[in-house]
Design a protein. Structure first.
Length: 277
């Protein structure tokens, strides 16, 4: 017996209530029959067919749970959620502590490295300061010695001039004074030559230097360095001295402070002396 026939019979036989309206619309709802391979409106299904299809669908529902199971699962999920939330806060706190500790360690390492760099810098500054003070003291001593030598040379020259002038008679003419001067020069040259002969030294005509008017530049300094390099140091001694005051110093300081010589860094040219040891 089909479902639509049973609904009509039930509507006629039961006067106590009216059949729901959706029961008359079962022909609009279909059931897919696996055995027939076609869809069948529920109103056209046989009652036996409908019951068997319902049982088959119930058997397929393996994961069917009751309301009690759903309530229990819900409680378990709520409890698990609380546990996970607590663990999340704990792990978050631990992670923050680890990050802070790592950051502090990096900052500490950077501070230690900075302290080491500052100490190295202080050592370098202290070392350079000692060298500067030492060089300054040496320069002061050299200047004092140079001033003393300049003063002594000036004093002895002045004394010699005064003595020589006093030895000249006022009644003597300029020619006589010139003759006496030339005689003194010849006398000095004579004794100089005698000294060289007595000490087995070669009498030198002219100047005592070997090289002169060497440009005080890179080429000139290389030339003097090569001379020192290849000199027979066992028998001879080489000295390099300045020659001619440079124009820059003349304009800035004048020639009078360097009347008796100037250092090499303020010389226009260089001279080379070679002495026998």
């Amino acid at each position: 017996m089909k479902i639509k026939t049973i609904i009509k019979m039930a509507d006629v036989l039961d006067d106590s209530r009216r059949m729901p309206c959706d029961m008359y619309k079962l022909d609009e709802v279909s059931y897919v029959s696996e055995s027939r391979g076609d869809s069948i409106p529920i109103a056209d299904m046989d009652i036996v067919h409908l019951v068997r299809a319902f049982k088959k669908d119930r058997a397929k529902c393996v994961n069917h749970v009751t309301d009690a199971d759903l309530i229990k699962q819900n409680r378990d999920l709520v409890s698990a959620n609380k546990t996970l939330s607590s663990l999340h806060d704990t792990w978050k706190e631990k992670a923050m502590n680890m990050v802070e500790k790592s950051s502090y360690q990096i900052m500490w390492d950077n501070c230690e490295k900075l302290k080491e760099d500052l100490k190295k810098t202080d050592d370098i500054v202290e070392h350079n300061d000692r060298i500067y003070k030492k060089n300054l003291a040496e320069l002061k001593q050299q200047k004092q010695r140079a001033d003393l030598r300049s003063y002594e040379a000036y004093k002895y020259k002045k004394l010699a001039e005064d003595n020589f002038i006093q030895s000249v008679d006022d009644s003597e003419t300029s020619d006589t004074w010139k003759d006496r001067y030339e005689a003194e020069v010849k006398n000095a040259e004579y004794w100089k030559a005698q000294y060289r002969l007595a000490n087995d030294l070669t009498v030198i005509k002219g100047h005592g230097y070997v090289f002169s008017e060497i440009p005080n530049d890179c080429d000139g300094k290389k030339f003097t360095d090569d001379l020192k390099k290849y000199l027979n140091k066992e028998s001879y001694k080489l000295r390099v001295r300045g020659q001619y005051l440079d124009e820059k110093t003349k304009k800035a300081e004048g020639w009078r402070p360097y009347e008796y010589g100037q250092p090499m860094d303020k010389s226009k040219c260089l001279r080379v002396y070679v002495d026998i040891k």
